[in-house]
Design a protein around this ligand. Structure first.
Ligand code: AP5
Ligand code: ZN
Length: 208
């Protein structure tokens, strides 16, 4: 399985990716997770990316493209991949096409998880994530239902930053819907339904 997950921040890309990983074992490559780890470990990449992420703006394309070129060299990415949060601009999508052509690994599809903005603002301001296993939950979870770990709120999940992330999505990322439509690769699911119903549609859309 070689797929791209598209959709606004908070549409449920990470949630659906976790279900695909659990069922199919395909590597989940999330640029957001890679960047947050880099910020936490205070690497050079993390130091450069932090201010953009805190503001809800995009990290410059050149940093992201270098990061993904490296990530595709790792052995697990040879098995397949679920790309989550990449590409996010047309320049990144063109770079991805080049990377995949070099690797001779064509995309099977680009799956859009579609959810409208006001639902997203509610979801993201309530989102909490597990410090230990990365489980994505909400403020209804006192501790992680998977491992008992402590739940925390991402720095960019406050309302003002969420609204900026939605604007950035509209302006810079939503043109990728037409980009993949033009290549005959776009598939879409309604993401504003219970997680398991969305997942059932995801599998149908991807022919799994
Ligand atoms: P990133 O980490 O990619 O954030 P994002 O795209 O904003 O996406 P999210 O992780 O917020 O949302 P999601 O769609 O995965 O939703 P989730 O499943 O968690 O990026 C963060 C930052 O890094 C960016 O702002 C940017 O600065 C930088 N960055 C990353 N990649 C970059 C790139 N390629 N180029 C440049 N910069 C980049 O779900 C959200 C919530 O909703 C959860 O609480 C969940 O439990 C709940 N939920 C999920 N599904 C449902 C459902 N069906 N019903 C009800 N609730 C649900
Ligand atoms: Zn956990």
């Amino acid at each position: 399985m070689n797929i791209v997950l598209l959709g606004a921040p908070g549409a449920g890309k990470g949630t659906q990716a976790a279900k695909l990983v659990e069922e199919f074992g395909t590597p989940h490559i999330s640029t957001g997770d890679i960047l947050r780890a880099a910020v936490k470990n205070q690497t050079e990449l993390g130091k450069k990316a932090k201010s953009y992420m805190d503001a809800g703006d995009l990290v410059p394309d050149s940093l992201i493209i270098d990061l993904m070129n490296e990530r595709f060299q790792e052995p697990d990415a040879q098995v397949g991949f679920i790309l989550d949060g990449f590409p996010r601009t047309t320049a990144q999508a063109v770079a991805l096409d080049d990377m995949l052509a070099r690797l001779e690994r064509p995309l099977d599809g680009a799956l859009l998880v579609d959810v409208e903005s006001e639902v997203i603002v509610k979801r993201l301001t309530a989102r909490r994530c597990c410090k230990d296993c990365g489980y994505i939950g909400s403020d209804a979870d006192a501790s992680c239902p998977k491992c008992g770990g402590e739940m925390y709120q991402r720095d960019d999940d406050n309302e003002a930053t969420v609204r900026n992330r939605l604007d950035v999505y509209e302006k810079s990322t939503s043109p990728l819907i037409d980009y993949y439509k033009g290549k005959g690769l776009l598939k879409a699911v309604d993401g504003d339904r219970p997680v398991d119903e969305v997942y059932a549609d995801v599998k149908v859309a991807l022919g799994l």
